[in-house]
Design a protein around this ligand. Structure first.
Ligand code: ADP
Ligand code: MG
Length: 263
């Protein structure tokens, strides 16, 4: 029974890059919205103390009564923690600032790396009939990120199309290998997605060429263009797919969702 549940369970994807500002949260929100638009049922786990994904999807302070912190450290049930977003079929476990102390509190916890995985193995989760769980990671390779990697089936890495983009990647891939050896043999690299791409910019094209040469098939065909509508959307508590459905950013995230579903 439990095996069966696991086989049929949602695909869990950690959206990770220890660099800040590379488009993790933007990708989590809009990939989530793209999957929901394609008829999938999605749960987003906001694992960043800054809570930008929660805010960007219209989760009010009242609806953060229970948060990802409780899921990890208070043994709260996932059903009690999750709340609705402005997007149909996209649920969220919201983050609050108390998550910023979680990293330190985790150190002394025996199950420090496995708490998220255990929380997501809750059989009650099957009631939601989810297809995907997307985890928005903090900009660090800390214990919160390790929890995401231990819980996940795969890792999706947003790479900003700028100088030094590939710099931190080897450190991240090393961490993935370590987690694979220690705790999660099944962990795969889902792919690398180039974000804030500007085809008129030589540097963007160079980063793309480097990434495709070094990482081959791992790089998604879809690239996310730099698009002002993408950055405006969160202040309206909407994914760009709803804020401006025909914008370049929306089209790109829709394509990324389709590419992910096909993989
Ligand atoms: P991270 O979660 O990795 O720190 P964010 O997703 O918060 O990164 O993005 C960092 C900043 O870049 C945000 O202000 C966001 O609105 C902006 N941004 C992200 N993707 C795009 C894009 N495709 N076009 C324009 N601005 C973007
Ligand atoms: Mg973020």
């Amino acid at each position: 029974m439990s095996d069966q549940f696991q086989e049929r369970g949602p695909k869990i994807i950690a959206i990770t890059n220890q660099k800040g500002g590379v488009g993790k949260t933007t990708t989590t929100i809009n990939l989530g919205a793209g999957l929901a638009e394609a008829g999938k049922r999605v749960l987003l786990i906001d694992l960043d103390p800054q809570g930008n994904a929660s805010t960007g999807l219209g989760v009010s302070a009242d609806d953060r009564d229970m948060s990802t912190y409780d899921l990890l450290l208070e043994e709260a049930s996932v059903l009690d923690v999750i709340t609705k977003t402005t997007v149909e079929h996209l649920l969220i476990s919201p983050a609050t600032t108390d998550l910023s102390s979680a990293d330190i509190e985790l150190v002394s916890n025996e199950k420090r790396s496995h708490l998220l995985r255990d929380a997501l193995r809750d059989v009650a989760l099957s009631k939601l009939d989810l297809d995907y769980i997307l985890i928005d990671c903090p900009p660090s390779l800390n214990l919160l990120t390790v929890n995401a990697l231990v819980a996940a089936d795969s890792v999706l890495i947003p790479l900003q199309s700028e100088f030094f983009a590939l710099e931190g990647l080897s450190q991240l891939l090393l961490t993935v290998r370590e987690v694979r050896q220690a705790a999660n043999q099944q962990l795969r690299i889902e792919g690398v997605v180039l974000t804030m791409y500007d085809s008129r910019n030589n540097l963007s094209r160079q980063v793309e060429a480097d990434a495709r040469e070094n990482l081959g098939e791992l790089v998604f065909k879809t690239m996310i263009p730099r698009n002002v509508r993408v950055s405006e959307a969160p202040s309206f508590a909407l994914p760009v797919l709803m804020y401006d459905p025909t914008s370049k950013g929306s089209r790109a995230y829709r394509n990324l969702a389709a590419e992910l579903i096909k993989r």
